[in-house]
Ligand binder design. Sequence first.
Ligand SMILES: Cc1cc2nc3c(=O)[nH]c(=O)nc-3n(C[C@H](O)[C@H](O)[C@H](O)COP(=O)(O)O)c2cc1C
Length: 195
Amino acid sequence: MSNINEVRKPEHQIDTLFYERWSPRAMTGEEISNETLNQLFEAARWAPSCFNEQPWNFLYAKKDSEDWGLFLKILVEVNQLWAKNASVLIACISKKTFTRNGKPNGTHSFDAGAAWQNLALQAYSLGWSAHGMAGVDYKKGKVDLKIPEDYQLEMMIAVGKQAEVSILPEDFKKKEWPPSGRKSINDFVQKGQWK
Ligand SMILES: Cc1cc2nc3c(=O)[nH]c(=O)nc-3n(C[C@H](O)[C@H](O)[C@H](O)COP(=O)(O)O)c2cc1C
């Protein structure tokens, strides 16, 4: 297994955590402390949001806790196969309306996305991995987690310590390494109007 810096190279100099963070599926399942978990939520807490609404909410279940099975079953089967070895599963939820006036908040998902990214980067900088999942039974998640009407389940997040690729089921082994690359800046940035 090569070093991540050999397979992911930035085009311009940036903080290393942006490209060293990635989404492994092989996780050890070791216990995550409440303090570490709170550090992840603390990072999420400082995300920017429209009118500082902070529409993000998180529910979590640590591995082998009372709610673990409930959370795991919300994932589609293909995600359950590897996420069963996460240390904690987190549901990322957003509030669809502004608390200040009850009007629809057009950026609730966008802002929850910023919070998730903060959480993922903090996890990386603490030596943990956070792997987002939209492969989720959203209807089941909303019901089973008792998410209120005005809130939306955005994604599930598996957090764990990276494990050896060999622990993964065969189909996942090939996909695990090397981590994905990215488009070039020129492919998504334009000067002036859309061309
Ligand atoms: C919103 C979202 C949904 C995702 N859904 C899944 C998923 O259901 N299963 C999975 O294995 N990975 C999932 N991923 C992980 C992406 O495939 C991964 O982030 C992407 O390929 C980029 O790779 P990297 O995170 O390693 O840089 C998801 C990521 C995001 C942000």
